[in-house]
Design a protein around this ligand. Structure first.
Ligand SMILES: Nc1ncnc2c1ncn2[C@@H]1O[C@H](COP(=O)(O)OP(=O)(O)OP(=O)(O)O)[C@@H](O)[C@H]1O
Ligand SMILES: [Mg+2]
Length: 263
């Protein structure tokens, strides 16, 4: 496998409002790579800089130092004007909040990126419909976000990113706010969808179990300033039974190893 995405010596701090001072380093000396088709999970403490990291990979924010390389594209450093948000739709981003447009129905939210990219046609519409069915939203297409449950909104937000088929998808604690049952269902849905397309996924979570259940590999981040505290290959065979995986011997061993590192 070859690295599709490389992060080398990444560092970030923010300018304060007055613009004269700088915040402390949020991220410093952060290096890792993501292989093509890999499902990488990242665990880190709250406020550690996980969203900041994804924002920099998605090129909606700039690194202060270091390098982020996607194929041959190197993200600009300290130069907000040269950013290419989403790298011409090559990097999909399921943000921590679902960010659905309240005045658009579920279906129209899913179709929105296709419309913006001028790619709305019979084929992409059919793809949207098939994704809607795949995550159990059939019958809800014409409902507005406020009429959907939290889990349904998350599903809508997930397929809104899958529909335009970006090779890399960044996911920022997408199932964090959901109840345990809905969360398991969505993890299951995500596994099935990932198996169909074998996208490259970078998935942020607080939850050690989720990181192990979903990932091919997991990276544990330190407290601020964030760097890599440890890296663990997860070789539990696929397809995985999300609900029964906790009893797998490798799961238990990994869980204990990662927990020791997180604390
Ligand atoms: N635009 C900004 N300006 C100044 N400081 C910021 C900005 N965005 C984030 N920060 C600071 O950077 C740190 C990391 O924030 P970030 O949102 O990346 O953390 P996180 O790991 O995603 O947290 P959580 O797990 O709670 O989502 C925090 O201390 C936050 O206050
Ligand atoms: Mg965050």
């Amino acid at each position: 496998m070859s690295a599709l995405l490389e992060v080398r010596g990444l560092a970030k701090r923010f300018a304060t409002r007055a613009g004269r001072e700088q915040s402390p380093w949020i991220i410093q000396g952060l290096s890792f790579s993501v292989n093509e088709g890999e499902f990488l999970t990242i665990i880190g403490p709250s406020g550690g800089g996980k969203t900041t990291l994804l924002n920099m990979i998605a090129q909606i924010d700039c690194a202060t130092d270091g390098e982020i390389r996607f194929q041959s594209n190197v993200a600009p450093v300290n130069d907000m004007k040269s950013l290419k948000p989403g790298l011409d739709c090559q990097i999909g981003y399921v943000t921590q909040e679902d960010n659905l447009l309240p005045w658009r129905t579920c279906l129209d939210n899913v179709l929105f990126p296709l419309q913006v990219q001028g790619k709305l046609n019979d084929e992409t519409k059919a793809r949207a419909q098939s994704l809607i069915r795949a995550v159990g939203l059939a019958g809800w297409e014409n409902h507005y976000p406020h009429e959907l449950s939290g889990g349904m909104r998350k599903r809508t937000s997930l397929i809104r990113t899958l529909v335009y088929d970006p090779p890399v998808i960044l996911m920022d604690e997408p199932f964090g706010a959901l109840d345990a049952q809905t969360r398991l269902q969505l993890q299951d849905d995500l596994m099935r969808l990932w198996n169909l397309g074998k996208k490259t996924i970078v998935f942020i979570t607080h939850d050690i179990s989720e990181a192990i259940a979903l990932g091919d590999r997991t990276i544990v981040l330190t407290r601020q300033p964030s760097a890599v505290a440890g890296e663990h290959a997860i070789t539990i065979p696929r397809p995985r039974d999300i609900r029964g995986i906790m009893t797998h011997p490798e799961f238990i061993e990994l869980y204990n190893r990662i927990r020791a590192q997180v604390q």
